[in-house]
Design a protein. Sequence first.
Length: 109
Amino acid sequence: MYTKLAERLAVTQGTNQLSAAVSMSGANAARIGATLINLNGGTNIALSLQGSNDLANWEDISGTLTLTAAGAGSVSVTAITFAFIRVKYVVTGGGITMIVACDLYTSQQ
């Protein structure tokens, strides 16, 4: 299933952003696709998955997409056992704010 999570999301260093929760609906694999639109002086942005079974307690899932220059990238994660997932956006290194677009594909594998 395809879900657009962000179109022009501003992520500021020191203030992590979280996407809305996405139901896995029986799927066990996901692919984060992202485009870094504007660096605005930043060094990189990391997008990673978190999983939850109750929408209250979230755990990090292995697999991180790090973008260091304007452009696109993706990362796939399999063997997901959570009922819900979301994307965590973190700007690291120097810089103030980065603009990013992100989508998520879930599937059964």
